[in-house]
Design a protein around this ligand. Structure first.
Ligand code: NI
Length: 257
């Protein structure tokens, strides 16, 4: 009943118990997981995961923090990984991260963001977008390079409703994660309240960003229920309704039957 639209089970924090944990997720009601790559090395691991687990689908792309000094040929490698399995259903995670200055330089991040949007359009796959401290540039690039053609999700969305509406108008979804359970997350709570449930996805971004009451611990898809419960409380619907509608949304976006 839950669809985790953003996870990183290739992360080394899962090395001690990855198989055991993934096999136990169905007991927590987790029916689907999108595992996102962050660089070429993790793309290899994503392919391995989607082959081993029926319920795991993948996204392949290079995270903005990993694009520094990247060989231009990397885009050919990405293409190759994506073509290897029909279970690679998106290009991601890609985007902009201006949180740390020059990490890597902004123009390099922008070039790779654009390059990978073009790849997604060529392959007719949606994009999974990471944007931190870069809201205006992220929006302008998605708009100017016509990402609307393929659509996608603003992962771990934490911004205000005004910007959220602009993404929704462009056909995008908003990925709501553990932050929605934090007491100080006022902006994203306002966004969830005002935006239609039909445009929201839920995600863990595990092993990071565990929701309350698991905050600070290693996160996994079994914690999606806390996110669904909080969204349900804000929107005045049942958690089951949140789980059902966000699963339908994700299946529609990633074209999973
Ligand atoms: Ni992520």
């Amino acid at each position: 009943m839950y669809f985790d639209s953003h996870a990183h089970y290739d992360d080394r924090q899962f090395d001690p118990d990855r198989d055991e944990l993934l096999l136990s997720l169905s007991e927590s009601g987790v029916d689907y997981v999108i595992n996102c790559a962050s660089d070429l090395a993790s793309a290899e691991k994503v392919l391995d995961l989607v082959r081993r687990y029926d319920f795991v689908y993948g996204a392949v792309g290079i995270h903005p923090e990993a694009v520094g000094g990247l060989d231009p040929e990397a885009v050919t490698s990405l293409y190759g990984y994506i073509e290897e399995s029909s279970k690679i259903v998106a290009v991601g995670e890609i985007g902009l991260d201006y949180h740390y200055e020059d990490n890597p330089e902004r123009d390099v991040q922008q070039e790779w963001f654009i390059e990978q949007i073009e790849l997604a359009k060529e392959l007719e796959l949606p994009v999974i977008v990471h944007s931190r401290d870069a809201a205006a540039d992220t929006y302008e690039i998605l708009r100017d390079y016509d990402a609307e053609q393929v659509g996608g999700v603003l992962h771990s969305y934490s911004g205000a409703p005004e910007m959220a509406q602009k993404y929704i108008d462009m056909g995008f979804y908003l990925g709501i994660g553990g932050m929605i359970t934090f007491a100080n997350a006022k902006k994203v709570a306002a966004t969830v309240e005002k935006m239609p449930l039909e445009r929201l996805l839920i995600e863990t971004d595990c092993p990071y960003l565990a929701p309350v009451p698991m905050r600070g611990k290693r996160n996994d898809s079994g914690n999606l229920r806390y996110i669904a419960e909080r969204i349900a409380q804000i929107k005045g619907v049942t958690p089951e309704e949140v789980a059902r509608v966000t699963t339908e949304n994700a299946k529609r976006l990633f074209q999973i039957q």
